[in-house]
Design a protein. Structure first.
Lengths: 176, 277, 585
């Protein structure tokens, strides 16, 4: 999800903090939910990976919460968040899941998510004159860039050449 | 119309602890998310919402919500919901099922639910296949889709649920794509708020039996024209629909079903008077 | 007309006519008249397949005491015309000293009636009616019948005035004139069939059909929602409930089919309202899947089956008891539920009310097996006593702190039900086998536990004395030579047979079952203590009731079985014949 006109509507630093916090929160929730799905479908590797990603996003969220303590941060209704889609840029789309997904495939999705998050802040940085907002936008953009690096490093552990040709040999089962 | 006093609820308040057994990648995850976001926006307490379903993958949804739920038998969810809403008009009744449950075995009830116009919301998660039973064509499947039960495709024209809903008298007709969370949420909120029978078809890809439906995120597009309250205009528009227009098609003004229940409950003792000799 | 000699305890007559003659109206007027004069009675009707204008017979029995079935023979028949009357001949066997009066312009007397040896007479009812402006033949017939039966003519007039009030003065006067003419004509006949004084009954009496009584019983039991799909002969239950429910704050919805009506009722019940639907055999067949759902998800529901001739479309306008199997066994899987059967028109009220109580108490389906012979019969009855049975569901009272288990395993098997709107009680009702929390499960222990729970709650419930009516003709505790064992609507003919036999010195016990399922084996066997000769009586072709009993227990003593499909209802006389034959064999 790329930055767009919506982000230009962020008017105060407090509002930006609220968005940044919500992004981490949603990412944490989403990775947790994906971990549950993978656990339900017995994909051990991805269960572990998503739980770890959820934990890390949780740390990010706590960090931002600390920052917010001394600031004026507005209460924003869920539909009023200024991202263009229905969800924050940093969440992995559930529609991209597959029960036999490999860690590499999952990390590529995580990479996309972190890149979208970076673009959100980068766009804001480039399009606002508000100094306070710029300050925080730059900070968050840098952090997201670090997250991108993190994911890239992780990806090195799963080179493309090692990707197994995964196939479920069992037929689908009827349930009802 | 069920406008409850607005309390602060989050989408998470409407989700239960149960992890869905849906295949990862299933569009129904998005629908669940949109429904919970919509309910949070509406502010109806979870205990005042009833999610009624039939049989099928999408019909598993009630247990994944934190609302009252009824996982009924195949094809009869609209009847369950109708009885519940008439008996308990104070509740927000959401009937949710799939294209097989809703348009095949449930077809007759679909016609009459639109006609009866009881104030409730019907969301059909349309994946154009029978997923639960391993991949047979449904009434909305393309005629050339090959399957074990219909080799080479059924050769039958698929149902056009929006046309049927409009023709049968539904008061609110819309289509969404599950991947568009924002659009789906917004439409569901409006559907619930709109009085009478609201029908929303949500195209919801089946990752296991219709991997080709991943293309839907590129094929669905906002309809070129605005919603209308003129059934004739809506009818013209929908007859040329390519099946991928999303948005609200029709918002009607029919009065919702009335039960003529008198406000004061009389004493049953008066009922025997006609038999006295 | 000769003055009446021997006053009778019961007289029966038929008024028949076709093409809109109004035979059924005439019969109803006479029944009501008798009621106002203090007598009891019952009226059945028999009709041809036409919606209107067909052949119709009003079959009326008047009596000094409450009666629950047609008598063994008819005293007189008045035929406005004889067209297609063959259709009814078997249902109105005429007594040897009876009278058949017909209009010669209205076709030939049926051969069976000629052969019966009754006195045949002519009366030109059409001409007589024609002589009065706006005159109707059925009013001529009514006046004639009233006089022959010894009913006070001015009572007839009063009933006419009330009935025709909306038609205007002219119509009322024309009818009054025709009544008088008919009564006058009665003088020509040697015969009269007068009733003895009625037994002192209740000061408050009703004229009601079985179907209406079912509706009233249901509402008294607490039903406030009904879903309706019309079917013969049950439609009147629903048509009575439609306005009645709105008067007590309830609602009826007409559904598109039986699949919708049963599911609507279940949905309403899920929401906390006691709910009902009514149908006949073909409709019950469609509802069976949903009954399984209500059983598995433990949702109370009452389904009335007004039985008719089966199988398949069968004979929609005739009575039979052949839905016992589908009512008891119809669901797939093991799905214990309640099946009850009213024993008379008046008992329709009690049994329906009781069924609501049972369904609500046990959170399960209760099927009420009425039949056409009760449902569409109009009877004069003592006003039934008020009974305390009101549906009381065990409901989760308030917001819960701890986790709520909808299907918790309890001592009685009944677990509190959270109604939508109760915070903290949210659960998903499911036909899938589930844990105590209601989560779908395929585990053996969960399946076993829930099956045990649902069976236990039905089988351990205290049904009191209402499971059957047990009577002896010679006073309780004394020896009886025979037991007549039956269920549902045949209680009436069986009871009458018992009294006839008692008068002949044959002591008989009657065991008429009201609760069919669950089968209370111990109570049943206790009731048959000392019974050495048992005659099982039922209106089925295959003997469903007999087989059911044999499957459930070892019947004591010697057992004989009298069963027949409809449409000819088993009557007291036939039951007596079989007992007498058995006595001498």
């Amino acid at each position: 999800m790329t930055g767009d006109a919506a982000t230009r509507l962020i008017e105060t630093a407090g509002e930006l903090l609220a968005h940044a916090y919500q992004m981490e929160l949603e990412a944490q929730e989403r990775y947790g939910y994906l971990a549950d799905q993978m656990q339900m479908h017995n994909n051990v590797d991805l269960t572990k990976l998503f739980r770890e990603l959820a934990r890390v996003e949780g740390i990010h969220a706590s960090g931002i919460l600390e920052q917010m303590k001394d600031m004026q941060v507005p209460q924003i209704r869920p539909p009023d968040y200024k991202w263009s889609g229905g969800e924050s840029p940093e969440v992995v789309d559930m529609g991209d899941m597959h029960y036999m997904m490999s860690p590499r495939q999952a990390l590529l999705l995580a990479l996309k998510a972190e890149q979208s998050a970076f673009e959100f802040f980068d766009y804001l940085l480039k399009s606002t004159d508000n100094q306070e907002i710029r300050h925080f936008a730059a900070e968050f953009a840098e952090e997201e860039q670090e997250h991108v690096e993190l994911v890239l490093r992780e990806l090195k552990k799963y080179p493309e050449s090692d990707e197994p040709a995964r196939e479920d040999m069992d037929p689908p089962t009827q349930q009802e | 119309m069920n406008i409850q006093k607005t309390a602060t609820f989050k989408a998470g308040d409407y989700k239960s602890d149960l992890t869905p057994v849906w295949c990862p990648g299933c569009g129904d995850f998005h629908v669940l998310l949109s429904v919970t976001k919509a309910l949070a926006e509406l502010g109806t307490p979870p205990e005042n919402v009833a999610v009624i379903s039939g049989i099928g993958c999408s019909s598993r949804i009630p247990a994944y919500t934190n609302c009252y739920g009824f996982h009924g038998v195949h094809g009869r969810s609209l009847a369950l919901g109708a009885g519940l809403k008439v008996a308990r008009p104070d509740l927000t009744v959401m009937v949710m099922s799939g294209d097989g449950d809703g348009f095949s075995i449930g077809g007759n009830h679909f016609l009459h639910a639109c006609r009866r116009n009881i104030d409730m919301t019907y969301i059909v998660m349309d994946n154009r296949v029978y997923g639960m039973t391993k991949g047979q064509p449904s009434p909305t499947t393309e005629p050339d889709w090959d399957s074990a039960l219909s080799p080479g495709g059924t050769g039958l024209s698929p149902f056009h649920p929006l046309v049927i809903a409009l023709a049968s008298g539904a008061n609110f007709v819309a289509r969404e794509f599950s991947g568009d969370i924002k659009g789906s949420t917004r439409t569901i909120v409006e559907a619930v708020r709109h009085p009478g029978f609201s029908f929303v078809e949500i195209l919801s890809p089946c990752v296991t039996f219709r991997p080709d439906e991943r293309e839907w995120k590129n094929q669905t597009h906002a309809a070129a024209v605005e919603a209308t309250d003129d059934p004739a205009r809506a009818a013209r528009r929908i007859m040329t629909d390519d099946g991928f227009n999303v948005g609200i098609l029709y918002r009607g003004h029919r009065k919702p079903y009335e039960t003529h229940v008198k406000d004061t409950a009389g004493d049953p003792a008066v009922l025997e008077e006609e038999f006295a000799i | 007309m000769r003055a009446p000699g021997h006053l009778k305890k019961s007289i029966s007559f038929a008024i028949i006519g076709s093409g809109g003659a109004g035979a059924l109206t005439a019969g109803a007027i006479l029944l009501e008249t008798a009621g106002k004069a203090g007598w009891y009675g019952i009226m059945n009707r028999s009709v041809g397949p036409q919606i209107r204008g067909g052949e119709a017979a009003a079959l009326v029995r008047l009596s000094t005491h409450p009666v629950n079935c047609m008598a063994e023979s008819f005293d007189f028949v008045i035929a406005i015309d004889w067209r297609n009357a063959d259709r009814f001949a078997a249902e109105m066997p005429l007594a040897a000293d009876g009278l058949a009066i017909g209009d010669s312009a209205g076709g030939d007397v049926p051969a069976t009636i000629v052969a019966s040896g009754v006195t045949l007479a002519q009366l030109a009812m059409k001409d007589l009616a024609g002589s009065v402006k706006g005159g109707r033949e059925n009013m001529i017939a009514a006046g004639l019948a009233a006089k022959l039966a010894g009913l006070p003519i001015d009572s007839v007039m009063a009933v006419i005035e009330a009935k025709l009030a909306s038609k205007g003065e002219e119509a009322i006067n024309a009818s009054r004139t025709c009544i008088s003419i008919g009564a006058q004509e009665a003088e020509r006949f040697e015969h009269s069939f007068h009733l003895d004084k009625p037994v002192p009954g209740s000061a408050r009496r009703w004229l009601i059909t079985g179907n209406e009584a079912i509706g009233l019983g249901a509402v008294r039991g607490g039903v406030r929602f009904a879903a309706a799909y019309p079917i013969t002969p049950a439609t009147e239950v629903l048509e009575w409930l439609a306005p009645a429910l709105t008067r007590v704050g309830g609602a009826l919805v007409q559904a598109e089919d039986e699949l919708a009506s049963i599911n609507m009722a279940i949905g309403a019940s899920f929401g906390g309202r006691a709910s009902i639907t009514a149908t006949s055999g073909p409709g019950l067949a469609l509802m069976v899947e949903a009954l399984g759902l209500a059983t598995a998800s433990e949702i109370p529901i009452v389904v009335v089956d007004v039985m008719r001739g089966g199988p398949s479309t069968g004979i929609p306008t005739k009575s039979e008891q052949s839905d016992l199997n589908i009512a008891v066994y119809g669901c797939h899987g093991d799905a214990p539920h309640i099946v009850v059967a009213p024993l008379s028109v008046a008992d329709c009220l009690f049994t329906a009310q009781w069924a609501v109580h049972l369904a609500e108490a046990m959170q399960a389906p209760a099927i009420v097996l009425s039949d056409q012979s009760l449902g569409q019969a109009r009877a004069l009855v003592d006003r039934p006593a008020d009974i305390a049975f009101v549906g009381k569901r065990k409901v989760l009272e308030s917001e819960v702190e701890a986790t709520y288990h909808r299907y918790a395993l309890t001592g009685s098997g009944v677990s509190p039900m959270a109604l939508p709107g109760t915070a903290g009680g949210q659960y998903t009702a499911d036909g899938l086998t589930h844990t105590t929390k209601g989560i779908p499960s395929s585990k053996e222990s969960d399946h076993q536990n829930q099956l045990d729970k649902r069976r236990h709650k039905i089988e351990s419930f205290d049904y009191g004395n209402h499971w059957a009516d047990i009577e002896t003709s010679n006073g309780a505790g004394t020896e009886t030579q025979f037991t007549i064992l039956t269920w549902g609507s045949l209680a009436g003919p069986a009871r009458e047979a018992m009294h006839i036999l008692a008068a002949e010195g044959i002591a008989v016990k009657l065991l008429a079952m009201r609760l069919i399922s669950p089968f209370l084996k111990q109570s049943f066997l206790d009731a048959l203590q000392g019974s050495q000769r048992i005659l099982i009586v039922e209106q089925t072709h295959s003997g469903q009731f007999h087989e059911y009993l044999r499957a459930k227990c070892d019947l004591p003593g010697e057992v004989r079985h009298f069963h027949r499909a409809g449409p000819k209802l088993i009557g007291p006389a036939e039951i007596c014949t079989r007992i007498r034959d058995w006595k001498t064999s």
